[in-house]
Design a protein around this ligand. Structure first.
Ligand code: TEU
Ligand code: CA
Length: 560
């Protein structure tokens, strides 16, 4: 396998609006990020993925871009951005931006010009189609609810938006659009960034017939996914984009890729794939209910473990996955993936160790490193997210009580990940001196960075050790390039695997006991040493292990 600069790196996602506010307007900003670079460097972070900071009306929190060449005023200036890049370079860190090019904002100049002249050239930047019998061209439901087609005022035409109506889909079939996108990408590379996380990229290839499908809900509509599944040939666009942009800069790219067909894995993340890597969403899709996330099933440990292990096995001879527990669209892992008995510091550390040492590029989402949790709200008005409002309403429409609908939001709302970062135990968790744009989780008094920096047994200290271990000269080869093999799969609630360096023979077992009972695992031979464990000291584990040539793991124990 050809070695790449990013293979052994650790990445961290910043959601700028909620990271740190430095001017008291309640909104995180670039200066806030700059002031925390040393914190991230200390933690061991190499790559920062910055969620969108471009000019935007913020209908979907910046994922609706009105100018790709400007920094949103709330976040600061282009000078601040250049300072961020320079300060990161100084520390040997890499910045990757969010590339949102399936759609733009309806306030983008292109769309405004298209509206002004629906038969003119700019209409060809989007999907403008004639209505049928006074109705939309087809029966697609957008991801945020309602029809994916909205009427162009004063015409019988509709435009397509797979997300909000303020996010018109860009027409990738149009070579002029593609050229403008590539120019923009290269412009950012010239500023010194190292790559992109690529938003909703699977959506760029449409079925141009836009056929209707049988409805999958009472609204008479069908998920946009149905149309996308019937579209073929996305690879041509992705190859062209890579050739025109990423390849020229030896970039690190990570695709937000859902629903890959099996034979497409190599095409996407093989050595010459469209992207360096893609997120492993195999766990995330387990929380899709029949009608979205409001009716999502509770997490089943075995299905979760199987999903992650299947990904690992499929990747082995192909490439690297980007491994995540959380991002800005997901609930907090400390709540979502841990059974009730494990929702404590030991459990959070166990979850950290077990996902972090899988084969692939580990990503940490802001706040995950201190074990931030989902947040209880008493009314839907306390939420901001467009998808949460839609799913809450869908739940009520389906006959759920207000309590049940709110509980679904507690479990799965995207706002769980978007509450302000908890820096210390002062008002608003030290995030702002003003009023935060989204209320903080009241548990900041107990869960915050300052407390955990001072405590050697904290979740934060554990993450620091974990990252250091992954990069330690004597183990980095095994953790980066070593094979993956599932272990003790027949043991209930045991998440365990081996990472093996085939060249040196070094073999490392990673095991976490997610169950309530103590478990004894027989070992083929006594282990040489314990590299990392939560809570219990390595001495205790080694002694137990030597006496019995077995590994005794109590509930929520993990060991590497
Ligand atoms: O999310 C995309 C997203 O949620 C999906 O692609 C969707 O779930 C999938 O296509 C279903 O098959 C990204 C961002 O992460 C999110 O915050 C934005 O709201 C969204 O794109 C729109 O830009
Ligand atoms: Ca601010």
């Amino acid at each position: 396998m050809k070695r790449k600069w990013w293979h052994d790196k650790v990445a961290y996602q910043i959601y700028p609006k909620s990271f740190l506010d430095t001017n008291g307007d309640g909104i995180g900003d670039l200066k806030g990020i700059i002031s925390k670079l040393d914190y991230l460097k200390e933690l061991g972070i190499d790559i920062i993925w910055l969620s969108p900071v471009y000019e935007s009306p913020f209908v979907d929190q910046g994922y609706d871009i009105s100018d790709y060449y400007k920094i949103a005023e709330q976040f600061g200036t282009m000078d601040d951005f250049d300072t961020l890049v320079a300060e990161m370079k100084k520390r040997g860190m890499h910045l990757i931006m969010d590339l949102v090019v399936n759609h733009c904002s309806d306030k983008h100049e292109w769309f405004q010009k298209a509206l002004a002249d629906p038969d003119g050239p700019y209409a060809g930047y989007f999907y403008f189609r004639e209505g049928k019998d006074g109705k939309a061209p087809s029966n697609y439901r957008s991801y945020f609810g309602g029809s994916a087609w909205t009427k162009v005022p004063g015409t019988n035409k509709y435009y397509l938006h797979t997300f909000a109506k303020e996010q018109p889909d860009l027409n990738w079939e149009n070579p002029v659009v593609r050229k403008k996108i590539y120019e923009m990408i290269n412009w950012w590379f010239e500023k010194g960034i190292s790559g992109f996380r690529i938003d909703a990229i699977i959506n760029i290839k449409k079925n141009l017939d836009f056929p209707s499908f049988p409805a999958d809900g009472d609204d008479g509509l069908v998920s946009c996914d149905k149309m996308l599944a019937s579209a073929h040939g996305i690879g041509t666009f992705l190859e062209e984009m890579k050739h025109e942009t990423f390849d020229k800069y030896d970039a690190f790219t990570v695709g937000e890729v859902f629903h890959l067909k099996e034979d497409e894995l190599r095409e996407f993340i093989g050595e010459d794939g469209h992207f360096s890597t893609k997120f492993d969403f195999s766990a995330h899709v387990l929380s899709y209910g029949e009608h979205g996330w409001y009716d999502a099933p509770a997490l089943d440990f075995n299905r979760w473990r199987t999903a992650l292990f299947d990904t690992q096995k499929a990747d082995l001879t192909v490439g690297f996955e980007a491994n995540i527990i959380e991002n800005h669209d997901e609930p907090r892992g400390a709540t979502h993936y841990l059974p009730a008995h494990a929702r404590n510091e030991a459990g959070v550390k166990m979850l950290a160790a077990t996902y972090f040492l899988l084969r692939g590029i580990p990503f940490i989402y802001q706040g995950q490193e201190i074990g931030m949790t989902n947040c209880v709200r008493n009314d839907i008005s306390e939420y901001d997210d467009i998808s949460t409002k839609d799913q809450y309403q869908a739940a009520l429409n389906a006959g759920c009580s207000k309590e049940a609908a709110l509980h679904a939001c507690y479990e799965n709302s995207r706002d769980n990940a978007r509450t302000p970062m908890q820096w210390d135990n002062s008002l608003h968790g030290g995030f702002t001196t003003g009023t935060p744009w989204l209320a903080e989780n009241p548990n900041y008094t107990k869960i915050n960075v300052t407390d955990q920096l001072n405590r050697p047994d904290s979740v934060l200290s554990f993450y620091k050790e974990l990252i250091a271990l992954r990069k330690a000269p004597e183990y980095v080869e095994t953790f980066t390039y070593g094979t993956f093999a599932a272990a003790y799969e027949d043991v209930d609630h045991m998440f365990a695997y081996y990472r093996t360096n085939e060249e040196t023979g070094q073999r490392i077992l990673v095991a976490g006991n997610f169950g309530t009972d103590t478990v004894t695992l027989p070992l083929e031979k006594p282990a040489d040493r314990v590299l990392l464990t939560n809570g219990k000291t390595a001495d205790v584990i080694l002694t137990r292990n030597r006496e019995s040539a077995s590994l005794v793991l109590g509930s929520c124990d993990c060991v590497v």
